[in-house]
Design a protein around this ligand. Structure first.
Ligand SMILES: *[C@@H]1O[C@H](CO)[C@@H](O)[C@H](O)[C@H]1NC(C)=O
Ligand SMILES: *[C@@H]1O[C@H](CO)[C@@H](O)[C@H](O)[C@H]1NC(C)=O
Ligand SMILES: *[C@@H]1O[C@H](CO)[C@@H](O)[C@H](O)[C@H]1NC(C)=O
Ligand SMILES: *[C@@H]1O[C@H](CO)[C@@H](O)[C@H](O)[C@H]1NC(C)=O
Length: 385
């Protein structure tokens, strides 16, 4: 009897303690909750109920003369004849920074090797690197360092002939300028390429899969095509600590128009042209480049489509059954050589085809992609395609 009584009291005490703990956790986390949960609820409501982004277009439209200031930087490195008189399937811009020479070299000798693509896949893909001017200009000792960097870039460009560089400071907050440069350059020098892609320099592109997919899309004569990992109803981040902080002055609405993750997306020729024209009259001071792309597309009535094998921030699991279908995967630097080798091995196609191969892969993909706690990859539904 006495023992029981004590046990009950202990139990109540534990309950009380747990309640206190939970309450204090909620209080501590409230701000976090408020920032993420509440802003998402608002933003989804805006996206799905109000869904009127026409105001955005109106309020960001500025006179052409003023919009020019976002695009008229002189070119420091350029290759205006890259695409001349060729049937280009894909023009692929890799967003890079002056110091990332190792990433560029890795891309050149793996998925971005134009000669390999021409020989092995029988199509012309042009891979060029978009960059601004070196940051070192602002640091001490400024002059020597900046020219050192630029000299190295000129040397690198002499070897490979694939750097497109404009004279704006290469920084995170100038990514939108880099985006605008890509669309301007395409309009001026490669408007006949059937597709335009923009990608980060730490991305892996499964070029054979991408080429055969784009050939298929092209043969069906698809227009208004914009594909990637889609963000729908994403709210602007108002917390000043965030890298993606956007002030009310810069963007006043509760939700961004739909856009694809900047890690890698593809548009068709007609979309590239429309976006170029939208860029001529929009205020590009919003520095999140993929969101700005969404705003431009919204202004010309183009909306993005989801492809489950395009990754956003996520890195694909290493497995043959994934390589068979993957398009892009984000966050690859050191492993890019090895991934390129294993992902394009002819054995992959052999082992993943046939009834047994397909059944095996279906099970593997469910196991790899449908874990409830594993967000960093392709969505679960990719396992069923
Ligand atoms: C690109 O591929 C070709 C042919 O496959 C090869 O000869 C060349 O060395 C490769 N380039 C680089 C930079 O690896
Ligand atoms: C963007 O580039 C311009 C031109 O070089 C420069 O004046 C400006 O400070 C840069 N902005 C940021 C945020 O780096
Ligand atoms: C563009 O927007 C910024 C705010 O994000 C504003 O300060 C600037 O004046 C605008 N530019 C023009 C030309 O209206
Ligand atoms: C966006 O604004 C421009 C200029 O105000 C207008 O010409 C264009 O039709 C608008 N687009 C949409 C989709 O409302």
């Amino acid at each position: 009897m006495f023992v029981n009584f004590r046990r009950i009291r202990k139990c109540q005490f534990m309950q009380l303690m747990t309640t206190c703990l939970v309450l204090s956790l909620v209080m501590v986390c409230w701000e976090q909750l408020d920032n993420s949960v509440v802003s998402h609820v608002k933003s989804y409501s805006y996206r799905y109920l109000v869904n009127s982004f026409t105001y955005i277009n109106k309020s960001l439209t500025i006179p052409r003369e003023q919009a020019k200031s976002f695009s008229n930087f002189p070119y420091l490195l350029d290759h205006t004849d890259k695409c001349v008189s060729k049937d280009v399937l894909l023009l692929l811009f890799v967003k890079t920074s002056p110091e990332n020479i190792e990433r560029r070299n890795a891309i050149r000798s793996t998925w971005g090797n134009e000669t390999y693509i021409q020989n092995a896949l029988g199509v012309t893909v042009k891979v060029v690197f978009a960059l601004g001017a070196s940051q070192a200009r602002n640091k001490v000792p400024s002059w020597s360092k900046r020219f050192g960097f630029q000299e190295q870039l000129i040397k690198e460009d002499g070897l490979h002939g694939d750097l497109i560089q404009q004279d704006f400071l290469d920084s995170f907050h100038n990514l939108t300028l880099k985006l605008i440069m890509q669309f301007h350059w395409t309009h001026n020098h490669c408007a006949h390429a059937r597709f335009l892609m923009t990608a980060d320099d730490d991305i892996f592109v499964h070029m054979p899969n991408l080429v055969s997919y784009l050939q298929d899309v092209s043969s069906r004569g698809v227009t208004d095509f914009w594909i990637g990992r889609v963000h729908r109803g994403a709210p602007p981040i108002r917390s000043k600590d965030s890298k993606y902080y956007v002030s009310h002055e810069m963007y006043q609405w509760l939700s961004y128009p739909d856009y694809t993750a900047g890690a890698g997306y593809v548009v068709s020729r007609d979309v590239a042209d429309k976006i170029y024209h939208a860029m001529l009259t929009l205020n590009a001071s919003l520095y999140i480049d993929d969101v700005f792309m969404g705003i431009c597309a919204n202004a010309v009535g183009v909306s993005p489509q989801e492809h489950v094998y395009f990754s956003g921030e996520g890195k694909a699991p290493y497995h043959m059954c994934i390589y068979n279908q993957m398009m892009t995967s984000h966050g690859h630097v050191e492993d890019i050589y090895n991934l390129w080798k294993v992902a394009t091995d002819p054995q992959v196609k052999q082992k993943t085809s046939g009834l047994i191969g397909r059944l095996h892969c279906a099970a593997v993909k469910i196991a790899l992609l449908c874990k409830p706690y594993y967000f960093n990859t392709y969505p679960c539904k990719a396992a069923f395609l």
